[in-house]
Design a protein around this ligand. Structure first.
Ligand code: SAM
Ligand code: SF4
Length: 360
């Protein structure tokens, strides 16, 4: 497998890539692989940095201060073009995220355009679910194949507190609409010490009854979450302990590189149902990382925890060809860190990273 002939350094990742060397065809190099041998097959594309909720671990009160202006966002053609370039580089799955992807105007049309132009069969979304009741079926018809819905509590008051104003009933209606529309549904629960641990079992049962797969995510110390009391963080091992009798053993083939970093444990009742765990802090999967992130402004972030980015939107808006965009992608991945460094006191970059701005 060919490696990059010219590597970016971390310091280079502050905007613009160098021009593509004359005659160099970045599409001719095979899979998207970084200097550590990690192969990229999964793109997370943020379609907006706005949100109709403001979860306490994600958004500052009142929302982020610096939302992109409309002209700063990738327009639909640019987004579809980028996804097609990534597909030509070997990306097989795209997850649309945000902010809240369903607050982007005409998001159904965007999904249709992306799936049609890229030819990808695996285009999924992470959403807070508040608008799914109306949009699930149109999204399914537009070619979306799966949804992850975030749900940290089944108690309306607690849900409202965690999301700063969210209405649980709307999310529940959205979840049912997603199942009825035929989506594969996963429910993302952030494990929050002292906030929702008494509901973990109930959330699992709720998801299973719905035919969905629950997944528990360790709270990552990014942006707002880095300012929460340490007691809010709970290791996934503790969630496994609490769920105890519901779970049996780890599903063999622990990591599926095409689908993401979750480990799955099987239900003890032999039903084949599963619970996922995303151990982003206690058992990092950085050495197997297979994902690249593009923000709503079109910046490629090689790592979620990195404040550095390369501006792909500018490459497109200054007349760059698809090969120039692909070159910028390969070049930027040359400077990807080996790991996120959440627990490294010498690295503070991640506390500046707003999850809703980067695209969680
Ligand atoms: N608004 C959508 C939603 O909430 O699903 C998509 C964007 S949100 C940033 C994506 C996921 O990141 C959600 O499941 C959310 O709970 C999770 N998240 C946000 N901040 C987090 C943090 N600091 N640690 C772990 N997960 C976080
Ligand atoms: Fe919005 Fe999702 Fe962040 Fe909550 S986690 S504030 S729903 S972007």
């Amino acid at each position: 497998m060919l490696r990059l002939p010219v590597l970016a350094t971390r310091d280079d990742l502050s905007g613009r890539p160098p021009p593509r060397p004359v005659g160099l065809d970045p599409f001719a190099w095979g899979a998207l692989v970084d200097p550590d041998g990690r192969r990229y097959e999964y793109l997370r594309l943020s379609v907006t940095d706005r949100c109709d909720l403001a979860c306490v671990y994600c958004m500052p009160p009142g929302g982020e201060q610096h939302h992109a202006l409309r002209r700063e966002l990738l327009d639909f053609d640019e987004a579809a073009r980028l996804v097609s370039v990534f597909a030509s580089l070997g990306i097989r799955r795209v997850r649309l995220t945000g902010g809240e992807p369903l607050v982007r105007r005409d998001v159904v049309r965007l999904v249709e355009l992306l799936t049609r132009r890229s030819g990808l069969r695996d285009v999924v979304m992470t959403t807070n679910g508040t608008r799914l009741a109306e949009l699930a079926l149109p999204l399914r018809r537009a070619g979306l194949t799966g949804v992850n819905v975030s749900l940290d509590s089944l108690d309306p008051d607690r849900f409202r507190r965690i999301t700063r104003g969210g209405e649980l009933a709307r999310v529940l209606a959205g979840l049912h609409a997603a199942v009825d529309a035929g989506f594969e549904v996963r429910i993302n629960v952030v494990a929050l010490g002292g906030q929702n641990e008494d509901e973990w079992g109930r959330l699992v049962d709720f998801a299973w009854d719905l035919g969905a797969t629950p997944r528990f995510i360790e709270l990552m110390p990014l942006g707002e979450a880095s300012r929460l009391p340490a007691t809010w963080f709970v290791p996934a091992a503790r969630v496994v302990e609490v769920l105890g009798s519901r779970l049996l053993r780890e599903v063999p083939g622990r990591y599926d590189p095409g689908r993401g970093p979750a480990r799955y444990l099987e239900a003890a009742d032999g039903s084949g149902r599963r619970v996922g765990f995303i151990t982003a802090v206690t058992d990092t999967f950085c050495d197997r990382c297979n994902r690249v992130r593009v923000t709503a402004r079109g910046e490629l972030r090689p790592c979620l925890a990195s404040a550095r980015a390369v501006d792909l939107r500018n490459v497109m808006r200054t007349g760059g060809s698809d090969a120039d965009v692909a070159w910028a992608v390969r070049w930027a991945l040359g400077a990807k860190d080996r790991g996120h460094g959440f627990l490294d006191p010498a690295r503070h970059e991640h506390v500046e990273v707003g999850m809703s701005l980067v695209g969680g």
